[in-house]
Design a protein. Structure first.
Length: 69
């Protein structure tokens, strides 16, 4: 399964989806998200887990795909 990082920016009311935490910070600044990259990397996001800041909700999940026969 493919890991997906979902970032919801609270004040901008926008949702973004990324394949890694590093990709998040290529698009969104630390000021916009309200957490530093190193802090988020060490937060220990797990499947279904989330981290909430004053500016964003960051969740990790897996992309589910159809099984082809």
């Amino acid at each position: 399964m493919t890991k997906v990082i979902h970032v919801h920016l609270i004040f901008e009311k926008q949702d973004y989806y990324f394949g890694s935490i590093s990709a998040v910070f290529d698009t969104i600044s630390e000021a916009q998200i309200g957490i530093k990259k190193s802090t988020l990397l060490h937060a220990g996001l797990t499947d279904g887990g989330s981290t909430i800041t004053k500016r964003a909700i960051i969740k990790q999940s897996h992309l589910r795909r159809s099984i082809r026969s």
